[in-house]
Design a protein around this ligand. Structure first.
Ligand code: FAD
Ligand code: MLT
Ligand code: ZN
Length: 584
């Protein structure tokens, strides 16, 4: 079909699907993810009591409901432990002899510091906190602490530092590199009870809040005042702003609003020895010496515990349009990106990529999803969103963009969402891919940064290398050059892993990419850090670590290669059994 004719057909289809009128769409909410995400939401109230200061529209959760949701979640969890074969465990990590074991007087101290309610030793609750979202990394901590104030965080850390007790800071536990769960028996410090909004300035758009506030709650709170959070991700119903800062989370809006290194204006941080460092600036411009807060943005809980965050948030604009497009080949996707930057410019708010394998995975495993373009079976799909303030102008721009990209043959088919329900259904597919892969079996998950021309080549090369041994999927934030390369297999297998690693890391290094675009290093990748950081840079990182945490109690075995020397590849499969809690 000639490009011009195809363009008209697609526009006609787009018009038909939009009922002849361009309509507004709304972003898909992370809440709608089913299964694992629901489980997280169901246990969330235990860690994150509704903030009295929040004027969010969401109805408060009744305590009876909290209990029943939690109980059913736990029943499900316990079953999973019993039958799970999805293990890629920590068995090879040797516990450092520099850390002491939890003893009775420690528990006594913690109770005096945070009260009985802030000290959790219940097996079922610990089981949830000990295992990560993917059910891939599991520790066996015997204690979970829930401080409610910065002072309590400080007291806990001062004590743990003096006692040589290792500590894992934990937010919403949605991290994907095993950073937020213990490797051994580290004390878990969950920040969910630090969940107050401190201030919001409607003129400057500066929000100051405690680090345990859930991202979606913050978005609802400022949404009521005409603003929106500068980051959005599938886990927003569970992840905490402190976790987002500590992982320097990217997500779906980075293309528009930039990274947290730019949006975070200030932090309050507690160091390993209990020192509270006030860097909670609320100024957009501040050049008074070294910008120390930057070290903690993406610090993954290894340098300090984030207790307060000051963040610049943009206005929430009313005109949102969402399009789901199909392309014949990857080169066309690159061309569409180039055109989108030129033609949509300031209104472009998301540019997401989904390959056929990822789309099929979502359609197979997520209930309620359906192919937005059933007549066009293609290998490449794009989800594009525009956000602006002038509906007529934005629609006209999007219309011209679609027309020209179709005329040029870059877009083969497409549909523009008619209203929020349809837009949500597009986002459900994109945001639900990680959950869908989890349902399919074992997943080897990578989040690489690569120049656009190599973004998809790694998926093709790995697919060729693995053959029929596994399903290789590619999706991600094409607008930011961040590809999510995922390998799905029925179960974890060392032979398969050896075919994937170090091949993929070497591939990324050779093509001048990064081994982590947004998920971080955590427990999964310290052995791969050198592919993206020079020896000198790693040495400097180690110096900062020993300056801020000389005893190394904060999140040990994570990020730095020396911290996990005994774990050559933490992704190696190992038969996992739920370890009985050690008696002290
Ligand atoms: P956790 O998982 O609890 O912890 C993550 C790390 O931060 C750990 O190292 C932990 O020790 C540390 N930490 C947590 N809180 C603190 C604190 N207050 N002080 C110091 N250290 C702390 N990530 C992206 O970047 N982009 C995405 O698009 C994205 N989408 C996702 C979609 C799904 C469905 C899921 C499950 C995850 C996704 N993630 C994504 C990964 C994850 O949600 C983010 O990394 C998120 O920022 C983690 O926040 P959290 O509160 O859950 O932190
Ligand atoms: C995403 O972009 O969907 C997230 O980073 C999660 C993932 O990579 O699976
Ligand atoms: Zn992502």
């Amino acid at each position: 079909m000639a490009p011009a004719k195809r363009a008209v057909d697609v526009l006609v289809r787009a018009r038909l699907l939009t009922g002849g009128a361009w309509s507004q769409s709304r972003h898909y909410s992370g809440r709608k993810l089913v299964s694992q995400e629901e489980q997280l939401v169901s246990h969330r109230p235990l860690y994150n009591d509704q903030d009295r200061n929040m004027s969010s529209k969401s109805a408060p959760v009744e305590s009876g409901l909290r209990c029943s949701l939690f109980e059913s979640y736990m029943r499900h969890q316990v079953r999973r432990f019993a039958v799970s074969t999805k293990s890629s465990g920590n068995a090879s990590a040797v516990k450092s002899s520099r850390f002491d074991k939890l003893k009775e007087p420690d528990v006594k101290f913690f109770k005096s510091a945070v009260g009985e309610k802030g000290v959790i030793m219940d097996k079922d609750e610990l089981a949830v906190a000990n295992i990560d979202w993917m059910h891939k990394y599991q520790g066996h901590s015997q204690i979970l602490l829930r401080p409610q104030t910065t002072r309590q965080v400080s007291e806990i850390l001062r004590y743990c530092n003096s006692r040589n007790l290792a500590v894992v800071p934990q937010g919403g536990n949605t991290g994907l590199v095993g950073g937020g769960v213990p490797v051994h028996d580290e004390v878990i410090m969950n920040l969910g009870a630090l969940n107050k909004i401190i201030s919001f300035d409607e003129v400057s758009g500066i929000l100051v809040c405690e680090s345990g506030c859930i991202l979606e709650n913050l978005d609802n709170y400022i949404g009521n005042k005409g603003f929106t959070m500068p980051l959005d991700l599938g886990a927003k119903g569970s992840c905490q702003i402190g976790g987002n800062v500590s992982t320097n989370a990217g997500g779906l809006r980075l293309l528009r609003y930039g990274s947290l290194h730019g949006n975070v204006l200030g932090l309050e941080v507690v160091l390993a020895d209990g020192t509270v460092v006030d860097m909670l600036g609320t100024l957009i411009k501040d050049n008074t010496g070294y910008d120390m807060k930057q070290l903690f943005i993406g610090g993954e809980g290894t340098l300090g515990v984030v207790t307060k965050v000051s963040i610049l948030v943009p206005a929430k604009l009313g005109s949102v349009n969402t399009a789901f497009l199909a392309c014949e080949d990857y080169e066309s996707c690159q061309n569409v990106l180039k055109e989108a930057k030129m033609q949509l410019g300031e209104i472009l708010s998301a540019f997401e990529f989904i390959d056929r394998a990822a789309l099929d995975m979502a359609l197979t495993h997520l209930s309620g999803t359906r192919d937005p373009l059933p007549q066009s079976w293609k290998n490449f799909y794009l989800l594009i969103e525009t956000t602006g303030s002038d509906e007529a102008h934005d629609k006209e721009k999007l219309h011209r963009f679609l027309e020209s990209t179709m005329e040029k043959g870059f877009v083969a088919d497409g549909v523009v969402a008619q209203g929020s329900t349809q837009a949500d259904s597009f986002w459900q597919i994109r945001e639900g891919i990680s959950e869908a892969i989890g349902k399919a079996g074992a997943v080897y998950k990578y989040d690489f940064s690569l120049p656009p021309k190599y973004f998809y080549k790694i998926v093709e090369d790995l697919r060729g290398r693995l053959g029929s041994a596994a399903v290789v999927l590619g999706y991600g934030h094409l607008g930011d050059g961040n590809v999510h390369l995922n390998v799905s297999a029925p179960e974890y297998d060392n032979e398969l892993l050896e075919k994937i690693e170090p091949y993929v890391f070497e591939w990324v290094a050779k093509h001048k990419g990064s081994v982590s675009a947004e998920h971080g290093i955590g427990f999964m990748k310290p052995h791969a850090l050198h592919y993206s950081k020079s020896t000198e840079a790693i040495m400097l990182m180690e110096k900062f670590k020993s300056l801020l945490d000389p005893k190394g109690i904060l999140n040990p075995y994570k990020v730095l290669p020396n911290a996990s020397k005994s774990t050559p590849n933490p992704n190696a499969a190992a038969a996992r059994t739920l370890e009985a809690a050690e008696v002290f």
